[in-house]
Design a protein around this ligand. Sequence first.
Ligand code: NAP
Ligand code: MG
Length: 519
Amino acid sequence: MLPPFQNEPFTDFSKEENRKQMEKALKEVRARFPLEIPVVIAGEKLHTGKTFSSINPSEKSEVVANVHAADEPLAERALDVAWKAFDEWQNVPAEERASVLLRAAQILRRRKAEVTALMVYEVGKNWAEADADVAETIDYLEFYAREALRYAQDQPLTPYPGEYNRYFYIPLGAGVVIPPWNFPLAILTGMTTAAIVSGNTVVLKPASDAAAIGYVLVELMEEAGLPDGVLNYLPGSGSTVGERLVTHPRTRFIAFTGSKAVGIHIYEEAAKVRPGQIWLKRVIAEMGGKDAIIVDSDADLDAAARGIVASAFGYQGQKCSAASRLIVVEDVYDDVVERVKALTEKISIGPAWENHFMGPVINESAMQKILAYMDIGRQEGQLIHGGGRVEELAEQGFYLQPTLIKDVAPEARIAQEEIFGPVLAILKARDFSHALEIANNTEYGLTGAVYSRCRAHIERAKREFHVGNLYINRKCTGALVDVHPFGGFNMSGTDSKAGGRDYLLLFLQGKSVAERLHE
Ligand code: NAP
Ligand code: MG
C-alpha cells in the first residue's frame, strides 16, 4: 500500500545549509554550460546538427544549452515509434507504470538542488520560484501515480441478471504534448506523465526557451526504467515540428499549455479530419489569463497589498495565474494604491542566481512586447511606478521594472489583453457589485482573488466570480497539486484541472463489456 499523497515541502532558503547547498549547485551546474541537448526517439539520442541555443535571460550572452532541433521527418518517425511502443505499454499493469513515476520522483528529490539551479539559469526564476516548480513536478509524479492505480480499478455498475458486466478505462494511443516555458518542468511533467501513466505513449515537443530543463524529465524517466519509445523528445520550432505533430492523422491526442493564440490554432487544426485519420483527436488546451484581484472596502489592506504584489510581480508576472488587474472599491482605492506602490518600490531586481525578488523576463521578444504594453498603458491610465527597462542591467539581460498603472478603464487594452509580464492595471469600482462586474468582463477566466471581510460578499464572489481558481483573502498564484486543482474557463482553456482527480480521465476512454452467462 502506498502512503497517502502529500505535497513535497518547499526548501527553506533562510537555513544556512540549504543556502550553501544551492550556491554549490549553482556553481557546479554553470560550469557545465553549454549543455548539449539531443532529440530522443526510441531511446536513441540524436544529434541532428541543426542546433539552436537556449540562453540565460539573466545574462543574455551566456548559452545554457545547444539544443539539437528535430524536423518534420523526425516528427513522423517519432510518432511511428510511439505507436510501436504503445503495443506493449498499454498492456503493462498500472502498478508497474505507476512505479516508474514514483521512482522518477525519488530520483528528482535526489537531484533537487541541481535541477533547481538549472532552472534558475535557463528561465530566470529566483530560488524559491524554481524550487516550487521542482516540488510541483514531484507532486505530479506522486499524485498521478496514485491516480493511475485508482483508475485501473473496474468502475461500479448496476448489476443485470444473467450477465457479467464490466466497465473499465483504457488508454487512447500515441499523442503529443506541447508545454510552455514558464513552468518548464512542472507543467511539462504533469501533462506528459499523466498521459504515460495512463498507458499512452508520447511525443513531447518542449518550449524552445526551456529545452534543457525539459530534457531533465527524459533523464528521470530513463533512469526510472521507462521502456524506450514511450517518451520521445522532440525539441524544435513550434510552427514546424509542433505543427506537423498537431496535424498528423496518426496523432490521437494533444495536451497543450500555452498562449491563447497558439491554443486556438491547435484546437482548430486538430479538429480537421485528415486522410487516413480514424478518430476525432482529443485536445486538452490550457491557455492564458487576465486575472483580477478585488479589494473590498472592509478588507485587511496590508494583507491585500502583500498578496497583490506577490501575485503581480512574482516571477516577473510570467504566470498564467499572475494578477494583472487590481480592482479596488472606491472608498479604499487611494489607500490600496499607496500600499501597493510602497511595496513595489522596495522590490529588488537582478540576476536570478542572486535570488532577487524579480529577475529578467524570458527573452528579447517578450521584453519588447511587454514594453509596448507599458506604452499603451501610459495612454490608457496614469503610470505611477516603473514603465520601462532597468537601465543599469540592460546590457546584461531582459530586466523590466515592476509597473503600476492606475485609473485604467475596464475596456482598456491593458485591462483586457494578457501581457505576461510585470504590469498591473489598477481599476476603480463604485462598489462590490461593480467590482465583480469588471472582474468578469474579459474573455478569460483563469484565477481571481477577493480580499473582503464581508461574509455576504465572499459568498457572492464564490457564486459569481467566473474563474476556474478563486482565492479568498489570499494571493491568486501558487496552486498546489490536489489542493487546488488548476485550470480556467472560457478562453483560459478547456478547464482540464491539472493536479485534480478528473485529470487522468482526459487521457483515457471507457470500455463497457457485457458477457451473457450460461443458464
Ligand atoms: P506559446 O507561445 O503559446 O508556446 C507554447 C508551446 O507551443 C511552445 O512549446 C511552442 O513552441 C509551441 N508552439 C508554438 N506554435 C505552435 C504551433 N503552431 N503548433 C504547435 N506548437 C506550437 O506560450 P508560451 O509563451 O510558451 O507560454 C506562455 C503562455 O502560456 C501564456 O499565455 C500563459 O498564460 C500560458 N500558460 C497557461 C497555463 C494554464 O494552465 N492555463 C499555464 C502556464 C502558462 P516554441 O517554444 O518552439 O515556440
Ligand atoms: Mg532561456
